[in-house]
Design a protein around this ligand. Structure first.
Ligand code: FUB
Length: 313
């Protein structure tokens, strides 16, 4: 199904009571936790499917894929993968915020399953079909001493020297190297260190949604501060950190979660996140949207403005 988000902005704005052209969802279907990528000149967004959950919890068991050529008109590529691809997963295991990456012509999909395991699936095309790449979880809370309380929200970053890292986790950010095969951990899972949180704001802490990207000669670690969360960032001169807290990118929303990802496309930078944008929306019925993100000459990220309807009261 094709959906032109910007062109239908005015119609949607009246339906969902946000100012025209302020924020428009990429789909009329509830979705969340964007993992955007440019693969073969096409933009793909892997997502949590909020339309198939119970409405009371994030208990969907499948992920959704959207594609676009221009960031304006989006195609719903459907429920391209379910937790059932992993033979070790319980059939009702919840499917949460995914990560993805391409390496050597293969597409890897990192899937938090059930809140206690991360699986990895592989395909020859961005839209699949994906198969379990290992036959066992890549991370299993029961087996990995430092996997943390909740190994969720995997994000993959490949550094300029080819080293791949996976970050993940709730409340304590985790980082681990991946071997070049992208399906094997290379060493121990470590706690990612963030220094310099403002002492006068106890809410400024790590919550979830870890994401690493680079700009200039800096590494940026962005994340949500919790529930509800602001999207904030820290910088470092190394992918592994330690990172130093810098500031807010996106303020609190009128929903309990916030989950960002950053995409460079045609020389511009886009902040993807989810918000409450559709009629009937809420904390378990979220909608992915995007806004341009810009940097100052010193590398500082400018806070992305929110429409009044989205700002948490
Ligand atoms: O969608 C379920 C969970 O909500 C994700 O894993 C978190 O990042 C939060 O957005």
């Amino acid at each position: 199904m094709k959906y032109s988000s910007y062109l239908s902005g005015l119609a949607f704005a009246s339906l969902i009571s946000v100012p025209a052209l302020a924020q428009t969802p990429i789909s009329p279907r509830f979705n969340a936790d964007p993992s955007p990528h440019v693969f073969n000149n096409r933009i793909y967004v892997y997502a949590t499917d909020d339309a198939s959950n119970s409405g009371d919890y994030w208990d969907s068991t499948s992920w959704r894929l959207y594609a676009s050529d221009d960031l304006k008109t989006w195609t719903d590529e459907g429920a391209f993968l379910s937790v059932s691809v992993f033979g070790w997963a319980k059939p009702d295991a919840k499917a949460w915020a995914p990560g993805a990456i391409e390496r050597d012509g293969k597409y890897y999909f990192y899937a938090p399953v059930g809140g206690d395991k991360i699986g990895v699936a592989v395909a020859d095309k961005p839209e699949g079909p994906f198969r379990d790449a290992r036959g066992t979880p890549l991370v299993d809370k029961a087996l990995d001493a430092n996997a943390g309380d909740e190994p969720i929200d995997p994000h993959i970053f490949i550094d300029a020297d080819g080293q791949a890292y996976m970050t993940f986790g709730t409340r304590v950010p985790k980082i681990v190297k991946l071997k070049p095969d992208m399906i094997t951990l290379d060493g121990a899972i470590e706690d990612l260190v963030i220094n310099g949180f403002p002492e006068d704001d106890p809410k400024k802490t790590y919550g979830e949604a870890p994401f690493i990207h680079t700009h200039g000669n800096k590494y940026y670690f962005t994340f949500s501060t919790g529930w509800p969360g602001q999207i904030v960032y820290a910088t470092s001169d190394k992918a592994e950190g330690p990172y130093t807290y810098q500031g807010v990118i996106l303020d609190y929303l009128n929903i309990s979660t916030n989950h960002q990802a950053i995409l460079e496309h045609d020389g511009r930078t886009w902040l993807f996140y989810h918000d409450r944008l559709l009629l009937g929306g809420g904390s378990h019925r979220r909608s992915i949207t995007l806004q341009e993100m810009t940097y100052g000459p010193d590398g500082r990220i400018h806070q992305v403005p929110l429409p009044a309807a989205s700002v948490r009261k």
